[in-house]
Design a protein around this ligand. Structure first.
Ligand code: TMP
Ligand code: ASP
Length: 246
């Protein structure tokens, strides 16, 4: 039996399509312009988003790798394609928050923009069917989604990534409000940072703007119909490119 080397679609998510490659340990992630919010109840498209998010993510993964964080990133054969190490995604969305926004405000009543004394790490169950519910450590253990050691490793990595990304975005005159990470296990059961890091998965505020709407440089522009979505994504890209070239 001959082994096909043609890429086969392995999985299609809301923002990316994952293809197999001729090498079983390497996958190809193609970033899409499609945008969704509120568990895909709101759908649209952001022109150029696939290229922009792939490029921003690739620079952030390179930066994190250079600072000792193991990621799935390999390289970018084209502007919207990323070769990644194959991992089994741990179905937890790990959210790190520095400033209160989004669901934290809705669920706690904390005013938007409240600076948190220390970063908050929240876990959500990655399940569209269940609407990505908030998890507790005990629920993760109950459902056998991760072991105690894996929860500890993921938490420490998320906090380390937060420190590094805060520092990086400071150089871009951007405040890192919060962001979502996903981790996966490679064939050796090693935990790698996976998925993407982009204006789709981070809240990014322009530090030179005080206006609550004008400062938004991320997917909240799409979620909340603030307009100029493409412009905001382009702005983040330009600032990231400037930061990595200086
Ligand atoms: P939240 O305030 O809606 O919980 O979002 C927290 C952060 O996680 C925010 O930066 C956006 C990001 N996020 C995702 O990347 N994917 C999601 O499905 C959700 C709900 C949030
Ligand atoms: N991932 C969300 C969705 O399911 C979008 C978001 O709010 O980031 O549509």
């Amino acid at each position: 039996m001959s082994v096909s080397t043609n890429p086969t679609k392995l999985y299609e998510g809301k923002a990316k399509v994952i293809y197999t490659t001729s090498e079983p340990e390497i996958l190809l992630a193609t970033y899409k312009d499609d945008a969704t919010a509120f568990n895909a109840q709101k759908r649209g498209s952001i022109a150029g988003k696939g290229n922009i998010n792939c490029t921003i993510s690739s620079h952030l993964f390179r930066y994190l790798e250079a600072h000792g964080i193991k990621t799935h990133f390999i390289d970018t054969p084209t502007d919207n394609q990323m070769r990644v190490r194959a991992v089994k995604i741990i179905p937890i969305e790990v959210v790190v928050r520095n400033i209160a926004a989004g669901s934290l405000c809705q669920q706690t009543g904390l005013p938007l923009g409240t600076e948190l004394k220390s970063p908050l790490v929240d876990f959500y169950y990655k399940s569209d069917e269940l609407g990505d519910p908030l998890l507790t450590r005990d629920r993760i253990l109950l459902m056998e989604i991760a072991t105690p050691g894996q929860i500890e490793t993921i938490t420490n990595l998320a906090l380390q990534v937060n420190r590094l990304l805060q520092e990086f975005f400071r150089r871009c005159d951007i405040i890192l409000v919060d962001f979502k990470l996903e981790f996966g296990l490679d064939a050796q059961q090693q935990i790698l940072l996976a998925d993407e890091i982009s204006p789709d998965t981070c809240r990014l505020w322009d530090s030179s703007q005080t206006d609550a709407n004008l400062r938004v440089l991320d997917k909240d522009r799409f979620r909340r119909d603030l307009g100029n979505v493409e412009g905001a994504y382009q702005e983040v890209l330009q600032r990231v490119l400037k930061a990595v070239s200086s």
